[in-house]
Design a protein around this ligand. Structure first.
Ligand code: GLN
Length: 440
C-alpha cells in the first residue's frame, strides 16, 4: 500500500516534533470498507498489546490487554493503525504543553502551541501522517487544536462512539471524535464506528445514516451569539463576518445571556475536575501503572502519585476533591450541575429555532508558547462557547476558515443532538464555499 509507506515516512521524518509516542506494527489483511485508510490513535485509547500512556508517566509502561471498541471496529473494517499520538496528560489541558512526554508544537510555527489535549492527533493530520486520527473532546480538545492547525476536527453527539477502552477524564463530558482533511473520510469512518456498544453504559443507538445530504443552503437558518464578539481582534472579526456572509442562508444574531456565557469555565472546571477525581481513585500504585514502595496503602498511593503525576493533574485533583467534599458537594458540585442544565436549556431553545450555531473555533490563532506559559493568554467568551456542545452533548465541528499572519484559524458549527449527518453535510458545503473564497 503506497499510502502506508508515504505516511510512515512522514512520521519518521517528523520524529523530532514529538507528536508520536509509539509506532504500531500492524499489518491488516482484512478486506473491509475502510481498508484504504491509515489512522493514528490518541494515546488515551487502548489497542491490545500496545503501550497506552494517556500522556502520563504514571502509565509509561502500561500495555493494554484489550482493544477499545472504536479501535476494534476500525481494525475489523480493514483500517490500518499506524501510531499512538502524544496528548496533554489524561486529556487535562488545552495547549499541548502538559504531556509527561514533552511539548507538542504547532504545525505552522514551532514557537506556537498546538492546542490540546488531542495535540498529537491534530498535528499528525496536519502533517499528512494519516488519513484520519482519533481524538477525545471533553471541553474543546478536538475542535481547538483543529482550529490552530487547519484541519477538520469533529466531536460527534454524546454516546455515538463507544468509550469502552478509552481512559476517561470526565465521563459526562467525554466524547471520542475524529480529525481529518477530508469529509468523505469522516462519513466513511462514522458509518463504521457509530454503533451502540453494550460495554459502554452511555452508548446510544442513534441509527444515523452517514451519507452526504445535499442540503439547500438557502433554506437553512443559522445563528451567531452576540457575546462571541467580545474581546476578539478586528482582523478575526472581519474574517468571521466575511466567511458567514458566504452562506446564502438566513442569519440571526441572539444573546445567549452574559451570565451564562461567563460562568461556563467555572461550571466546566467544577464538573470535570470532580468527575476526574472519582475516575482516578484506582490510580493508587496498587493496580494500574507505576508503583512506589511504602508500608501502607496511603504511603504507596501518596508516593506514587507524587512521583508520576504532572503538576496540572495534581492541581485539578486538589480542586476536584475540594468541590466534592462533604461540606462543599451540594454548594459546588450539585449547583454546577443545575447551572449546566440552564445552559443546556438555553442552547436547546436557540437550536429549536435555528439549524446551526456558528462560532469561532478559537478566539485567536495559536498563541506563542511563551505567552501561554507566562499567563498572557486567556480564554475569552468565544472560547467558552465550544464547551456548550460538551454540556449538551450536541455534535460540533471545526473547519478551517482562513489565515491571519500566516497562522490558521477555524470556524465552528454545532447542531441539535443526533443530527450529525446534517452537520457533516452542511460543514462540507460550507467548507467548499470557504475554500473558493478564503485563503485556507
Ligand atoms: N482545554 C480543556 C481543559 O483544559 C479541554 C480539555 C479536553 O477537552 N479534554 O480541560
Amino acid at each position: 500500500m503506497i499510502k502506508l509507506e508515504f505516511y510512515r515516512k512522514n512520521i519518521e521524518s517528523n520524529k523530532n516534533k514529538n507528536f508520536i509516542l509509539s509506532n504500531i506494527e500492524y499489518n491488516s489483511k482484512k478486506d473491509g470498507p475502510l481498508n484504504k485508510y491509515c489512522y493514528i490513535i490518541k494515546d488515551n485509547i487502548s489497542m491490545k498489546d500496545t503501550v497506552t500512556t494517556a500522556g502520563s508517566l504514571f502509565l509509561k509502561d502500561y500495555v493494554s490487554p484489550y482493544d477499545a471498541t472504536v479501535v476494534k471496529l476500525l481494525n475489523d473494517a480493514g483500517a490500518i493503525p499506524l501510531a499512538k499520538s502524544n496528548m496533554d496528560e489524561f486529556g487535562m489541558g488545552g495547549t499541548g504543553l502538559y504531556s509527561g512526554f514533552g511539548y507538542v508544537t504547532n504545525a505552522y510555527d514551532e514557537n506556537c502551541i498546538s492546542g490540546g489535549s488531542s495535540s498529537g492527533s491534530a498535528i499528525a493530520t496536519a502533517l499528512y501522517c494519516c488519513d484520519f486520527a482519533l481524538g477525545t473532546d471533553t471541553g474543546d480538545s478536538i475542535r481547538k487544536p483543529a482550529s490552530f492547525n487547519a484541519v477538520i476536527g469533529y466531536k460527534p453527539s454524546y454516546g455515538l462512539i463507544s468509550r469502552f477502552g478509552v481512559i476517561p477524564y470526565s465521563p459526562s463530558l467525554d466524547h471520542v471524535g475524529l480529525f481529518s482533511r477530508k469529509f468523505k473520510i469522516l462519513f466513511d469512518v462514522m458509518n463504521v464506528i457509530a454503533k451502540k456498544d453494550e460495554k459502554d453504559y452511555s452508548s446510544q443507538d442513534a441509527n444515523i445514516d452517514f451519507t452526504f445530504k445535499n442540503i439547500d443552503l438557502s433554506k437553512i437558518k443559522f445563528v451567531v451569539l452576540n457575546e462571541m464578539y467580545e474581546g476578539i481582534s478586528d482582523e478575526i472579526k472581519e474574517l468571521f463576518e466575511k466567511t458567514i456572509s458566504l452562506l446564502p442562508s438566513k442569519l440571526s444574531k441572539v444573546d445567549f445571556g452574559k451570565e451564562l456565557i461567563e460562568i461556563i469555565p467555572s461550571i466546566y472546571k467544577i464538573i470535570s475536575y470532580s468527575e476526574a477525581v472519582s475516575c482516578y481513585q484506582s490510580f493508587s500504585g496498587m493496580t494500574f501503572g507505576e508503583k512506589e514502595k511504602g508500608n501502607s496503602f496511603e504511603e504507596i498511593a501518596r508516593k506514587t502519585r507524587s512521583e508520576y503525576l504532572g503538576t496540572e493533574i495534581k492541581r485539578r485533583f486538589t480542586i476536584g476533591t475540594y468541590c466534592t467534599s462533604f461540606e462543599n458537594y451540594e454548594q459546588m458540585f450539585l449547583k454546577s450541575k443545575k447551572i449546566r442544565t440552564l445552559i443546556n436549556n438555553r442552547i436547546e431553545k436557540i437550536l429549536n429555532e435555528n439549524h446551526f450555531l456558528i462560532s469561532l473555533s478559537s478566539s485567536t490563532t495559536a498563541p506563542k508558547i511563551n505567552d501561554v506559559k507566562s499567563g498572557k493568554y486567556n480564554d475569552i467568551y468565544a472560547d467558552n462557547i465550544l464547551q456548550i456542545a460538551n454540556f449538551s452533548g450536541y455534535p460540533s465541528i471545526t473547519i478551517p476558515m482562513g489565515k491571519i499572519n500566516g497562522m490558521p484559524i477555524g470556524i465552528n458549527v454545532t447542531s441539535r443532538l443526533n443530527t450529525d449527518d446534517y452537520l457533516l453535510s452542511f460543514a462540507k458545503l460550507f467548507s467548499k464555499l470557504i475554500k473558493e473564497n478564503n485563503n485556507v
